[in-house]
Write a protein of this length. Structure first.
Length: 485
């Protein structure tokens, strides 16, 4: 009974506010300031037990920049140094190591599984003495700022479900993405920009596609969906007014539209109507904010040099890293980068070399840039893909050339800032780089830890949909306490 009364009270307050305070979208914007939870999905069909918009406890991080390496980088050529593979190059992977692991259709018909040692040299860097490949000299230079997790594992063996799993906590579509969950749970820091922004770039290697379901709001209110920024003249599509319409005309149109939506909301009490009003108002404010935040021409020469010359080429990985820093320092809660080109089933040495040239300098620059601005402690930076790569070759193996298939059993990601231990290596794999032998981290554990760093209890951040409470970590996940600073 108490639940029904509280739910009804919230609905009455919303209806009265929208219908009686005044007409016009300006009052709706005022409403979102006076009642922060007015449009965030609380209430509706069934009232959740915890209010969103505030963390559950004191956070270590306020924001996330996720540098997602789409296509799965080879951990064995970048971070997980295994000299045994070079000694046994060309020999078959022992059955006792593979243990009947599920294979993809691309290698299941192979008669042999020849081990492939890396053609790249490794060395230990920093006080942490972490192993890093010669392909990542700039990353090696900041290794003492990184928390390297070498024991991540996942359930999916193919790109689409694995990528979807990492972004949404489920291998199927129509689940809210991580950025949408954070928008729902914590709201926005800047009313003039989205809480969740998405940036895309493509490297020189074999690319895997990305698609809007990876930044969807799912069953959450649409205001939590990620906003994609493009590299064209208009960074956000349909944001710019037609040349025949000025801001005053746009303001009048939105006011009239708000009156109609106001009437519809008063009649149907559909929270998605309120979400649309909020999105219209946000888009109006973004017309001024977005051109300013996406203008990289005002960055000092020293910063451009740090990120590399591509930082001034829209749509490149370097430009997106720099833009991510600007968005983050302007209060965007979650910035998601996708860099395509890591799917190296053949000719891995050449393709991975090109990919590393794209990402190494800019990734390290982002961490350094945030650090020198005093923002790294409150910004969690994540670098990694959807799974790892096999220690055996797919297709023809030579001394200098090989390809690697998908490997979900173990792979490496790194994190920096935002409350994780710097200069720390967590987890380990066997001498073949095939199985985890120390401190495994499941994707649900990874998500639970990220939410914890942002002050959110992953078991309490829920949304009721179709009679069930959903969360990013489904019904699993444990915090990896050992990596917390």
């Amino acid at each position: 009974m108490e639940k029904e009364i509280l739910e009804a009270g919230l609905n009455i307050n919303r209806r009265r506010f929208l219908s009686r305070l005044s007409l016009g979208v300006g009052s709706v914007a005022l409403g979102s300031l006076l009642l922060p939870d007015l449009f965030n999905g609380i209430g509706g069909g069934e009232l959740e037990s915890s209010m969103t918009g505030l963390p559950h406890f004191a956070p270590k991080a306020k924001r996330v920049i996720y540098l997602f390496q789409n296509g799965a980088p080879s951990q064995l050529d970048l971070f997980d140094y295994k000299p045994l593979l070079n000694k046994m190059h060309g020999e078959d992977l022992p059955d006792s190591i593979r243990k009947g692991q599920r294979l993809t259709g691309m290698t299941s018909q192979q008669a042999r599984f020849p081990l492939a040692g890396s053609v790249f040299s490794f060395d230990q860097y920093g006080e942490s003495r972490a192993w890093v490949s010669e392909l990542l000299p700039h990353t090696a230079a900041i290794v003492d700022d990184l928390c390297i997790i070498k024991s991540l594992h996942t359930e999916a063996i193919n790109h689409d479900p694995a990528l979807t799993f990492f972004q949404t906590g489920a291998q199927v579509g129509n689940r809210p993405s991580m950025g949408a969950w954070l928008s729902y749970g914590l709201g926005t820091e800047n009313k003039n920009l989205p809480a969740f922004c998405v940036l895309l770039s493509k490297g020189k290697g074999n690319g895997q596609g990305v698609y809007s379901k990876l930044w969807t709001n799912g069953f959450l209110d649409s205001v939590h969906q990620g906003v994609q920024f493009s590299s064209g003249e208009n960074p956000v599509l349909y944001l710019k007014n037609h040349e025949s319409i000025d801001l005053n005309d746009r303001r009048k149109m939105l006011d009239k539209l708000a009156e109609l939506n106001n009437m519809a909301y008063d009649e149907f009490n559909d929270r998605e109507i309120a979400s649309k009003v909020q999105q219209y108002e946000l888009a109006y404010r973004m017309q001024t904010a977005v051109p300013d935040v996406t203008d990289l021409s005002k960055e000092p020469e020293s910063i451009i040099k740090m990120y590399g010359p591509d930082a001034l080429v829209p749509g490149t990985y370097a430009a997106n890293c720099l833009l991510a820093r600007k968005l983050s320092e302007n209060g965007v809660r979650f910035v998601q980068l996708y860099h395509q080109g890591w799917d190296s089933h053949g000719n891995l040495p050449r393709e991975t070399s090109g990919q590393c040239l794209d990402v190494d300098k800019a990734s390290a620059a982002l961490v350094t840039d945030l650090k020198q601005r005093g923002l790294l402690d409150e910004t969690l930076v994540i670098w990694g893909g959807e799974f790892g790569r096999t220690n055996y070759c797919q297709g023809e193996l030579t001394k200098d050339n090989y390809g690697r298939d998908h490997h979900p059993r173990c792979f490496t990601v790194w994190m920096a800032g935002g409350g994780v231990k710097p200069g720390f290596v967590y987890g380990d794999t066997d001498e073949f780089g095939y199985n985890i032998v120390k401190d495994p981290v499941h994707v649900h554990d990874f998500h639970a830890t990220i939410l914890h760093l942002l002050g959110l209890n992953h078991e309490q951040l829920t949304f009721r949909h179709l009679g069930r409470r959903y969360r990013l970590t489904d019904v699993e996940g444990k915090i990896v306490k050992s990596i917390l600073a």
